[in-house]
Ligand binder design. Structure first.
Ligand code: ADP
Ligand code: MG
Length: 261
């Protein structure tokens, strides 16, 4: 199941010296509609600095929409989201997206650029860094995700797992406060899932603040500081993993676990 390896990593000493300095998110009364369809119906959630929050729930419950509202890929209709105490609507979207990075199911890498260039592009274009500096950072983040020496490869010449690790390195290169992960292992061949989950567990241990939408219940249980169960646009239950997995309080969460576990 891959659990053994994740558990092992959780207690193993961190080899890499690089520590991340994540920020905190606070979500209050968040509502969001697509036309007449209300998809988020009042979300309240605190994501503490340096913590891993896993969001679980059935398809269509609003998990992706919640993530996308946190870096304003979609705009909320009501409520407030603060990042380290600052209202995200007061920030320029590109500033916010540098601080709140996102990794997607389908990687979203530029196919005509090498792994290194994919990482360098946002550093030169959004942060305005000189190419030499961007290159140095790209190499360091590639090493962080176990892809030292692969910088010259184009996405098509990397496995799905390696492409996803490039996408994670690209998010990390911006020195984000928070990284959002939306079902990042769902499109991977089964044998490649574990490597990406282990990398994510490692990032969590190294201080990154992470919000992770996932179907990987083993990962959620082992790595999350808090689990959030969503259904029909609301948080139905939340708490530490052991509480939700061992003692779900609602019929909805019980029946969800009956389907997925
Ligand atoms: P999940 O990630 O939990 O599967 P989503 O956030 O993707 O859920 O979707 C929640 C609901 O919003 C679904 O009913 C979906 O069909 C709808 N929805 C998602 N994106 C859009 C969109 N761009 N326009 C209209 N409806 C959408
Ligand atoms: Mg989704």
């Amino acid at each position: 199941s891959g659990l053994e390896e994740v558990a092992e990593l959780k207690t193993a000493p961190t080899q890499e010296a690089h520590r991340f300095d994540g920020g905190s998110l606070s979500i209050r009364g968040l509502r969001l509609s697509y036309g007449s369809l209300e998809v988020l119906r009042g979300i309240d959630l605190d994501v503490p600095k340096g913590s891993v929050t896993c969001i679980i729930g059935p398809s269509g419950s609003g998990k992706s929409t919640l993530l996308r509202s946190l870096n304003r890929l979609v705009e909320m209709n009501a409520g407030e989201v603060t990042l380290d105490g600052a209202d995200i609507r007061a920030m320029k979207p590109e500033t916010l997206r540098a601080k709140v990075g996102m990794v997607f199911q389908h990687f979203n890498l530029f196919p005509d650029h090498t792994a290194r260039e994919n990482i360098m592009l946002s550093l030169t274009r959004i942060k305005g860094l000189p190419r030499a500096e961007a290159r140095r950072i790209a190499e360091a983040r590639l090493a962080d995700v176990g892809l030292e020496g692969r910088g010259d490869h184009r996405p098509a010449n990397l496995s799905g797992g390696q492409q996803q690790r490039v996408a994670i390195a690209r998010a990390l290169a911006m020195e984000p406060e928070v990284v959002l992960f939306d079902e990042v292992t769902s499109a991977l061949d089964p044998e490649l899932v574990k490597g990406v989950l282990n990398l994510m567990a490692d990032l969590g241990r190294r201080g990154m603040t992470m919000v992770v939408v996932t179907h990987e219940m083993g990962f959620a249980r082992q790595v999350a500081d808090q689990i959030v169960f969503m259904d029909e646009g609301r948080i139905v239950e939340s708490g530490p993993p052991d509480q939700l997995f061992d003692a779900p309080r609602t019929e909805r969460l019980k029946s969800f676990f009956a389907e997925v576990l």
